[in-house]
Design a protein around this ligand. Structure first.
Ligand code: ATP
Ligand code: MG
Length: 140
């Protein structure tokens, strides 16, 4: 399924503690800047990254974020993949609905990130972990 994405460049950031969420957000902002995303898109990307990296930290304790410059069908994009081997999500449909939280959150992280990015795919299995694959394309 990923074979049609050509990866031009990539990096990886480990999320081990709370401060890594900030490190990750900053790193993604720098990549977005370097790719010439406009300020609004930079903010969309960094907001989504904050939420998804924070979910790793909050629910799985640790994980990693892969940052890739990709090309597909003549378009360039920033693909960001959030991977953890934490408890996973039992009911993905519920987790994706606005306002639903298993803890004391606002329940806006996942649905918000989906709205902010162009592509969003959540794969999760209870007891195994969670992978969220997102992508933002540069305008044509
Ligand atoms: N990486 C993850 N591993 C396990 N469960 C997760 C993960 N990410 C999200 N969840 C589950 O999905 C629910 C919804 O996540 P979402 O980020 O939308 O809201 P929240 O984290 O509860 O609140 P906030 O608005 O503060 O982010 C969480 O309450 C949690 O139960
Ligand atoms: Mg959250």
């Amino acid at each position: 399924m990923n074979s049609d994405y050509r990866i031009e460049e990539q990096d990886k950031i480990e999320i081990l503690e709370e401060k890594d969420v900030v490190v990750c957000r900053q790193a993604c902002r720098n990549w977005a800047k370097r790719m010439n995303f406009n300020l609004i898109d930079q903010t969309r990307i960094t907001t989504a990254v904050s939420e998804l990296a924070r979910n790793i930290q909050e629910y799985a304790g640790q994980g990693e974020v892969q940052i890739q410059i990709v090309e597909k069908d003549m378009r360039r994009g920033l693909r960001i993949i959030f991977i953890d081997h934490g408890p996973g999500i039992k009911n993905i449909k519920l987790a994706m609905s606005e306002g639903w939280t298993s803890h004391r959150g606002m329940g806006m992280g996942l649905p918000g990130a989906k709205r902010l990015m162009d592509e969003f795919a959540l794969e999760s299995e209870a007891g195994k972990g969670t992978t969220v694959t997102t992508c933002k394309w540069l305008p044509l």
